[in-house]
Design a protein around this ligand. Structure first.
Ligand code: SAH
Length: 374
């Protein structure tokens, strides 16, 4: 924080924060609390005013500058002329028969992304997107078919949480857990994802989520996993594993040709965990591809020495997919092998399959007329 250069012309601080030399039309959503403090100073106010701004936006979810009653009037006026408070437009809300709902957002530029709200008793988990599309082309994933269109900004990532909470406020509820498991590969949009995580987990001036309630899922980008481990964010890590041999994994997930299973598991073992934390492994179950009992036994061996929890995800179908979901008995037999070996394993039935909101089903067409839609 102290070692930031705010001189004109340099727009990135040494710790990666964006600096705002010429403040004009800046979107406040997506700025770190410390950047809001810098902004207040740039506008001739004190850092304290920046902290107040952060509290209004992130702690109190108040987005109207006029309603920020403890900010001096002239500062509010200065802000109104120089900054915006903008979030992607919630274009559609699609309820599923199972209680989950898909939120479709129209972004600046016409792209669409979605988030999925999944209530489960007291818990409401929000699955957020980090990119428009995805560049990793996993063979079983519909988002992968789209290719990568662009990265989301930190503001667009945080907004998915803020808008969801505003929606839930009407029911006196709030998102309790956040999983970075929507469209895109979080660690391929590293800077924006980490910035969003800092805003979401800042207990004093941010949205104040406990990092224990946040999970970042990756296809297995080893340098990103190592870097995330060094951030001291303490968020949970999930690995999309999906196979137990390099031959099968490379066929399903081209990324395995860059970071094979041994390299990936070595990185997982280096990821710092607290005493009660575990690494989650997602394993999509594909009939006759990775669902044999031999696979289950190999998985047990691979996870030896790893504090792991395995989530088996029965494959969710989509038009044109080359895979099938195994019969239930086969999934349960696979699970039994893991359980017998002492590996905590659950079968995770995806939510929102009927509305195209389940794992691997997220794909939104371009929002052609979204700008004028509302
Ligand atoms: N790119 C990150 C974040 C997406 S998480 C990652 O891959 O981890 C979405 C999860 O759903 C991943 O584990 C993905 O492999 C899984 N998935 C993708 N397509 C699926 C499908 N058709 N059925 C079930 N799970 C799928």
């Amino acid at each position: 924080m102290e070692n930031v250069c705010t001189c004109l012309g340099q727009n990135v601080g040494r710790d990666g924060r964006d600096i705002l030399p010429f403040v004009s039309n800046v979107n406040l959503i997506g700025l770190l609390p410390s950047e809001l403090e810098d902004l207040a100073v740039e506008l001739g106010a004190s850092r304290y005013r920046g902290r107040q701004l952060a509290m209004w936006l992130y702690r109190k979810s108040v987005f109207d500058l006029e309603a920020m009653s403890d900010l001096p009037k002239d500062f509010r006026q200065e802000l109104a002329g120089r900054v915006v408070v903008e979030m992607p437009e919630l274009e559609r809300e699609m309820p599923s028969a199972d209680g989950s709902r898909k939120l479709v957002f129209a972004l600046n530029g016409g792209s669409r992304i979605s988030s999925v709200l999944m209530p489960d008793d007291e818990r409401i988990t929000l699955c957020v997107s980090t990119q428009v599309g995805c560049g990793f082309a996993c063979g079983f994933c519909l988002t992968g078919v789209m290719g990568l269109e662009r990265n989301l900004t930190a503001g667009e990532i945080v907004s998915q949480v803020l808008v969801s909470n505003r929606l839930l406020e009407k029911e006196s509820r709030r998102v309790t857990h956040i999983v970075f498991m929507g469209m895109g590969e979080p660690l391929a949009n590293y800077a924006a994802v980490v910035k969003a995580l800092r805003i979401l987990t800042d207990a004093k001036l941010g949205v104040a989520y406990s990092p224990r309630r946040i999970t970042v899922s990756t296809v297995g980008l080893v340098p990103g996993i190592d870097k995330l481990g060094r951030e001291d964010l303490k968020v949970n890590l999930a690995i999309s594993l999906h196979a137990t041999t390099d031959e099968v994994r490379s066929r399903l997930m081209p990324v395995n040709r860059s970071f094979d299973l041994a390299t990936l598991l070595a990185a997982v073992k280096r990821y710092p965990l607290t005493s009660r934390q575990r690494v989650f492994f997602e394993y999509v179950m594909l009939e006759d591809v990775n669902d044999a009992l031999d696979d289950a036994q190999r998985l047990v061996r691979l996870l030896r020495g790893v504090k792991a929890k395995v989530n088996l995800i029965p494959f969710n179908d989509w038009e044109g997919a080359r895979f099938r979901r195994p019969p239930l008995a086969r999934i349960l037999a696979f699970q039994a092998v893991l359980l017998d070996a002492g590996v905590t394993t659950t079968v995770r039935w995806s939510k929102g399959e009927d509305i195209g909101a389940a794992c691997g089903q997220l794909r939104e067409p371009l929002a052609v007329a979204s700008a004028s839609a509302s």
